[in-house]
Ligand binder design. Structure first.
Ligand code: NAI
Ligand code: A1CAB
Length: 283
């Protein structure tokens, strides 16, 4: 029998995971459910064969693995909507998988404690990224001490078709998790900027974007596959007195390295504040 997979919140990140699973035939869509306040926003799920509902309790009461994909400030309301007093099947085991940035396993347990079948709920905290949609993502995870090896294996089987699936200490979620989850946005800006540069030099936009993307993907593969330090790989491109080093010099003038480091720090600080429930608009 296939496991029933549910998503509470079917926005960008849940959709990317769903599409990644669909792309690799990782699970039949007829065994996937998603909930959200507005059914018209979930049409892309039902078009692919998944079940859609406005009721979070339907997901929680019927699914074996329940992904939580709402914004962190909706944590408590979304969980309170999982309670259905008419249905008291408290024996079911549920693997509750939260993708909420900054929200700790401890906070998740505190929120879930209000539910009737809390005793049978184990929690996995994941930090996914949107490239999971095309099978080249990263999904970091940490689990509580209730989740069984078997549950983690089932989750690994489901999500490793979307890319790298790696167990990390929860203490790294707001650092490594920031690199992997926010990093794609930073890299899209790099790709767009490289393409802009080529367009400025007269290259047609679509051609520039396609090649900028391939250069970024290829460079990442080169670091991964060659085992060489990126500084050495950079040196291998820079001929003495050549063109590339002129460009590198401009990147240093523009403080590219310092800016990327600061971007990760800012995103990490913001995520920590979300976890601590600080309502600062900046950081
Ligand atoms: N977008 C990304 O690249 C990543 C997002 N995340 C996390 O994923 C979570 C979702 O982020 P996104 O998908 O980007 O946001 P989103 O705004 O696209 O999706 C959130 C969804 O939750 C739905 N929703 C709101 N209240 C609800 C409720 N009470 N019950 C059920 N559904 C409800 C909304 O209608 C919306 O579709 C966040 O907690 C974020 O920290 C984590 C890693 C990466
Ligand atoms: O920007 C955000 O808040 C989410 C969390 C990590 C990536 N996206």
């Amino acid at each position: 029998m296939n496991l029933k997979i549910g998503f509470i919140g079917g926005g960008n990140m849940s959709t990317a995971i769903f599409r990644g699973i669909m792309k690799s035939n990782g699970h039949p869509p007829s065994e996937i459910w998603v909930s959200g306040p507005n059914l018209s926003n979930l049409k892309h799920w039902s078009d692919s064969g998944a079940h859609i509902t406005t009721r979070n309790d339907e997901i929680f009461n019927n699914c074996d693995i329940v992904f939580l994909g709402v914004k962190p400030d909706k944590l408590h309301v979304a969980i309170s909507q999982c309670q259905n007093n008419a249905k008291k099947n408290t024996e079911r085991n549920v693997l509750f998988v939260s993708m909420l940035g900054g929200i700790t396993i401890k906070t998740l347990h505190q929120a879930l404690r209000t539910l009737d079948n809390y005793a049978n709920v184990s929690v996995v905290r994941i930090m996914p990224n949107t490239p999971m949609e095309v099978g080249t993502g990263v999904c970091l995870y940490s689990h509580d001490d209730i989740a069984t090896e078997e549950q983690c294996t089932v989750l690994r089987k489901l999500l490793s078709c979307c890319g790298l699936f790696e167990n990390i200490p929860e203490s790294l979620m707001n650092s490594l998790g920031i690199l992997t989850a926010c990093g794609p946005a930073f890299m899209y800006i790099v790709i767009e900027s490289l393409a802009d540069g080529a367009v400025k030099l007269g290259v047609p936009r679509a051609m520039a974007l396609r090649h900028a993307s391939q250069v970024v993907a290829g460079s990442g593969q080169m670091v991964l596959q060659s085992g060489k330090h990126p500084g050495l790989l950079k040196d291998e491109v820079c001929s003495p007195g050549g063109s590339t080093i002129c460009g590198v010099s401009e990147l240093e003038n523009g403080r590219l390295r310092a800016t990327l480091i600061a971007a990760l720090e800012a995103a990490s600080q913001k995520t920590k504040n979300v976890g601590e429930n600080k309502s600062t608009s900046k950081h």
